[in-house]
Design a protein around this ligand. Structure first.
Ligand code: NZQ
Ligand code: ZN
Length: 380
C-alpha cells in the first residue's frame, strides 16, 4: 500500500424526509444562491421541500445548469451570485448541477474568467457549498471534483475545488428518474470503482474487497431496480454505492487508472453522449486493449465477481471482459462506438488531442494518444 493522507469532510445526511435538515446546516444570516437544472425538481417535490426548509432565509434561485455543465451557463450563474452577494451555495440536482456549482463556488472568489480556473485544473478559494442530490452516479456529492464543458470549442475537463460541506441523500427523490439515467448512473458507478480497482493486484486486500463489494452490490440490485425503481431499499443501496464509489474510500494507498473516463469525456465533448454511456462503450475496449497489462487483476475480478475460476488464463480474461460488456447491455446501454454512429474521424481527433496535450493516463502512465486509439479501435 502506498503512503496517503485521507480526509473527507462532507457531512452525509441520509434518508426519507431529510431535505428539511438543510435549514439547520446552513448558518444563519447567509445569503444563499440555490442552483438547479432544467426543472425535474419541480415534478418530484424536491423544489417545494427545499423552499419550505429555507422559509425566512435570504436566497436567490439560478435555473438552467444543463447536463455536462458548460462554462457558458456557469458564467451567468457567477454573475448572478456576485450581484446578489452570495456567500453560501446550495446545489439541488444531479452531478451536473453539483459540478457546475463547484465551479461557481470558485468563480465567485476569482476576479478573472472562470474558464481560467478550469484550465488551471484546481482552485480552492471557494464559497461554501451544500447539496441536495437527486441522481446517484457521479459521487460529486462527496468529492472535490467537477467536470466542466465548453461548447464553443467542444472541450470537457476535470476541475478540483472543495468538498461540499454537507449533502442530503433522500432515496425517494430518485423515484422519478428516467430508466436511461438510472442505467447510466449504474454504469458510471461501476466504472468509477473499476478505475480505482482494475489496475494491479496485491496492493491492498482491503481496498480490493471494498471495491468488489460495491461491484457485487451493483450487479445484484441492477436487475431488481430495472423491475422497480421505486423500491426504497434498492435505491438507498444504489445511492450509497454511487457515493462510496467515488469519495476516496476505496482509493486509499492504491494506484488508479481513469483512462476510460478521459476518453469518455472526449466522446461527450465531441458528440454529446451521456457520460455513463461513454463509459459502457469505452470500458470494455480498455479491458480488451490492455488485457495483457491488466491480466492478473482481470482474472481476480473474473473469479470474485463472476465466479470464473477455471480454464486457461486467456479464456478467463476473455470471459470476464464478455461478462462486463453483457452487464452494461443488460442495463440497456450501448457498448460499441458503431452503435452511436462514431467512427474513424473521432478516433483520429481523440488521438490528436491526447498527443497535443502530451497526456499519459492509466496506472502505468502509458495511455497516450496511440493507446487511446487502440482502446477505441477495440470498442468499434
Ligand atoms: O436538469 P434536470 O431537469 O434536473 O434533469 C436531470 C438531467 O436531465 C435529470 N434528473 C436528475 N435527477 C432527477 C432527474 N430526472 C428525474 N428525477 C430526478 N430525481 O437527469 C438528467 C441528467 O442529470 P445530470 O446531472 O447531467 O447527470 P449525472 O448526475 O450523471 O451527472 C453527469 C455529469 O457529471 C460528470 C459527468 O462528466 C457529467 O458532466 N461527472 C462528475 C464527476 C465528479 N464530480 O466527480 C465524476 C463523474 O465521472 C462524471 O464525470
Ligand atoms: Zn464517471
Amino acid at each position: 500500500m502506498n503512503n496517503f493522507i485521507f480526509q473527507n469532510p462532507t457531512k452525509l445526511i441520509f434518508g426519507k424526509g431529510m431535505i428539511k435538515e438543510i435549514a439547520s446546516q446552513i448558518p444563519a444570516g447567509k445569503k444563499i444562491m440555490i442552483t438547479f437544472g432544467g426543472g425535474s425538481v419541480k415534478k418530484n417535490g424536491v423544489y417545494e421541500q427545499v423552499i419550505e426548509a429555507l422559509a425566512g432565509r435570504e436566497y436567490t434561485e439560478f435555473w438552467g445548469i444543463e447536463s455536462n455543465p458548460s462554462i457558458e451557463t456557469l458564467r451567468k450563474a457567477i454573475a448572478q451570485g456576485r450581484e446578489f452577494g452570495a456567500d453560501f451555495l446550495l446545489a439541488v440536482g444531479g452531478g451536473s448541477v453539483i459540478d457546475g456549482t463547484k465551479l461557481v463556488s470558485a468563480g465567485l472568489k476569482y476576479d478573472g474568467d472562470a474558464w481560467d480556473l478550469v484550465k488551471k485544473g484546481s482552485y480552492t478559494d471557494t464559497v461554501p457549498l451544500g447539496t441536495v442530490l437527486t441522481l446517484p452516479a457521479t459521487g460529486s456529492e462527496m468529492n472535490s471534483g467537477a467536470v466542466i464543458s465548453r461548447h464553443e470549442t467542444k472541450e470537457k475537463y476535470a476541475f478540483y475545488s472543495n468538498y461540499p460541506v454537507f449533502s442530503v441523500l433522500d432515496p425517494t427523490v430518485t423515484f422519478t428518474l428516467p430508466d436511461h439515467q438510472i442505467a447510466c448512473g449504474i454504469a458510471d458507478t461501476f466504472v468509477h470503482v473499476m478505475e480505482q480497482y482494475m489496475t494491479k493486484p496485491e496492493q491492498s486486500a482491503l481496498m480490493d474487497r471494498w471495491a468488489e463489494s460495491i461491484l457485487r452490490t451493483l450487479i445484484e440490485i441492477a436487475p431488481k431496480i430495472k423491475e422497480n425503481h421505486e423500491d426504497y431499499d434498492l435505491m438507498a443501496d444504489f445511492m450509497m454505492c454511487a457515493t462510496m464509489g467515488l469519495n476516496g474510500f476505496i482509493a486509499m494507498g492504491v494506484e488508479q487508472d481513469w483512462c476510460t473516463h478521459m476518453i469518455g469525456h472526449e466522446l461527450t465533448a465531441l458528440h454529446g453522449l451521456t457520460h455513463g454511456e461513454t463509459l459502457s462503450i469505452v470500458f470494455p475496449g480498455t479491458l480488451r486493449a490492455l488485457r495483457q497489462e491488466k491480466a492478473l487483476k482481470i482474472m481476480q475480478y473474473g473469479e470474485r465477481i463472476w465466479g470464473l475460476s477455471s480454464g486457461l488464463p486467456e479464456t478467463r480474461v476473455e470471459k470476464a471482459i464478455e461478462k462486463t460488456e453483457e452487464f452494461f447491455r443488460s442495463l440497456g446501454l450501448r457498448t460499441r462506438l458503431s452503435e452511436a454512429g462514431i467512427g474513424e474521424d473521432t478516433i483520429m481527433e481523440i488521438e490528436k488531442r491526447f498527443n497535443e496535450r502530451g497526456v499519459a493516463y492509466g496506472e502505468n502512465h502509458d495511455v497516450t494518444g496511440a493507446v487511446a486509439r487502440r482502446i477505441l479501435e477495440a470498442a468499434k
